[in-house]
Design a protein around this ligand. Structure first.
Ligand code: GAR
Length: 224
């Protein structure tokens, strides 16, 4: 059952790089398409463009340096504990990994079970991990795409919320394919956040159901 919220969903974004997905979410919020408020943008890299984008839009940005934790046997957990402090202080209800190139520990995953999403540039469960556009081309796939999923401890393994498919064309390079997929990522991620804000996502085992309306979890796109 979806319940109408009276206040915008409080969202925190974790990012490591250029932050184009963060930008898509900011734009969708500013355009009134997503009823959410970004309460923190947290980066694990000081020069992450994502942090700059946050500042430009007057959003709270924070660099959490992994270096002081390095070398400890519990370095990952200790790092995530400091993230949890920030998330709790900001009262974040949903955490979005947006090009966050760090493995999250069970500590963070369990605290935000079914409240943490990731976007990945493949049609999972095919091609988890890195350089996935090249892998899809090299495999000879005819379709590629992107997936928004809830985060579990296994990398790129959690329950799938939405997927969009794009064709792989004969002339594609990893870069041209990545660009075609990214265009869809920028539509898919805001859509998933809005569905969450509307309280319309429910998880049964590995399956995520979208309550009400006609929205299906798949966007199939015609070749360009
Ligand atoms: C995106 O393509 C995202 O799907 C991918 O990193 C890129 C980040 O771009 N994420 C992963 O591969 C996670 N496994 P962005 O910083 O411009 O949003």
């Amino acid at each position: 059952m979806s319940t109408k919220r009276t206040t915008p969903l409080r969202v925190a974004v974790l990012a490591s790089g250029r932050g184009s997905n963060l930008q898509a979410i900011i734009d969708a919020i500013e355009a009134g398409q997503v009823e959410a408020k970004i309460v923190a943008v947290i980066g694990n890299k000081k020069d992450a463009v994502a942090l700059e984008r946050a500042r430009k839009h007057g959003l709270p940005d924070l660099f959490v340096d992994p270096k002081p934790f390095a070398g400890r046997p519990d370095s990952r957990e200790a790092y995530d504990r400091s993230l949890l402090d920030v998330l709790a202080k900001q009262d974040a209800e949903l955490v979005l990994l947006a090009g966050y190139m760090r493995i999250v520990t069970g500590l963070l995953v369990n605290a935000y079970a079914n409240r943490m999403m990731n976007i990945h540039p493949s049609l999972l469960p095919s091609f988890p991990g890195l350089e996935v556009q090249k892998k899809a081309i090299d495999w000879g796939c005819k379709l590629a795409g992107c997936t928004v999923h809830f985060v579990t401890e296994g990398v790129d393994e959690g329950p799938i919320i939405l997927q969009a498919a794009v064709p792989i064309l004969d002339r594609d390079t990893p870069d041209t394919l990545a660009a075609r997929i990214l265009e869809q990522e920028h539509k898919l991620y805001p859509r998933a956040v809005q569905l969450f804000a509307e309280g319309r996502l429910h998880v049964e085992g590995r399956r995520v159901f979208i309550d009400g309306g006609k929205t299906s979890g798949l966007a199939l796109l015609s070749p360009s």
